[in-house]
Design a protein around this ligand. Sequence first.
Ligand code: PGA
Length: 253
Amino acid sequence: MRKKIVAGNWKMNKTLQEGVALATELKEMLEAEKPNCEVVICTPFIHLATVAELTKDSVIAVGAENCADKASGAYTGEVSAAMVKSTGAEYVILGHSERREYYRETPEILKAKVDLALENGLKIIFCIGESLDEREKGVQETVCRTELEGSVFHLTPEQWKQIVIAYEPIWAIGTGKTASAEQAEEIHAFIRKCVAEVYGAEVAEETSILYGGSCKASNAPELFAKPDIDGGLIGGASLKAPDFKGIIDAWKK
Ligand code: PGA
């Protein structure tokens, strides 16, 4: 049985104190009512060590939102995969469209990050997804396949076990426009087919594929009911504990 996951992506939000308050509130909520899925919160680098310590014996796993494409050395301002791991974080998000677009992260750079994250024992939430223009041209499948080929399909089947895919149509991120459950399911099934072509049907069946893009408590139940949607990567709605908990609860419906 593949894992169901609800992962938060705080992006560049919350001071350290605000982040600690949010993680504490969520931890208390999930202690009172156990989730039916794995819960991950991906935070800015500065929160990692504190939030990982705070959630140590809880159901919450912690992840980073990025890591460097170099192992160590004179790269001012960068944070390595080894440093992320040393905080107690288990996950790292790589390939988010905001990193690809605003920080010019190419498939080659992402491939280097993927390799370093795995070498350092991190699990990866690898994001793929098309722009509005690409969706209108009907090339969303090619875009997703190319992004997988460019940065993760070189991995061995053993390494692949550490990969979670997040399908995030760029036109749905932070826009309030969600892909319909049918639109999302169509691509998720296609992504699973691509994984099966490379790693075989059994591995593909075990791969968790999350949906991201304006996912909230009101639309999560319909999305998560689809056979190939294994959870969500949540931006805006992960910034308030009750909103995020509402999405986690979609797995109870
Ligand atoms: P959103 O962001 O939920 O705010 O649309 C999702 C993401 O970018 O991971």
